[in-house]
Write a protein that binds this ligand. Structure first.
Ligand SMILES: [Zn+2]
Length: 118
């Protein structure tokens, strides 16, 4: 097969090295391969019909984790750099609170959602 690696440009690989996830009732399928040149995983959306053709020709179904969330529709505004900085500041405040609790020896017990009713 021939494909484009986002880093190496056009590359070739065996169809047996292609993995295709075809979620039921989804309008798209996801196929991926590891670039034989740089080793970076590459994923592409395609039609379920084309993915089925790839599988019939020798592509594999995913045997491990596969990022089918790439097929989810993207709604809402894009995350901005300010959003990321705000999140980092929020984490820093949590870290400072935890450090203060540790110094006071008053760290709250972690909540358990599996408390037994004895
Ligand atoms: Zn590559």
């Amino acid at each position: 097969m021939r494909a484009r690696c986002m880093w190496c440009g056009e590359i070739r690989f065996a169809i047996e090295d292609l993995e295709c996830a075809i979620p039921a009732r989804a309008p798209e399928a996801l196929c991926g391969f590891v670039c034989p040149s740089c080793g970076v995983p590459q994923f592409r959306r395609t039609t379920p019909e084309r993915a089925i053709d790839y599988v019939r020709s020798g592509a594999q179904r995913p045997t491990g984790p596969f990022p089918v969330e790439l097929l989810e529709p993207h709604i809402g505004p894009a995350i901005s750099w300010n959003d990321i900085l705000d999140l980092r500041l929020a984490f820093a405040e949590i870290d400072q609170l935890e450090a203060a609790w540790r110094l006071e020896g008053s760290a709250p017990e972690p909540a358990s959602q599996f408390d037994r009713a004895a």
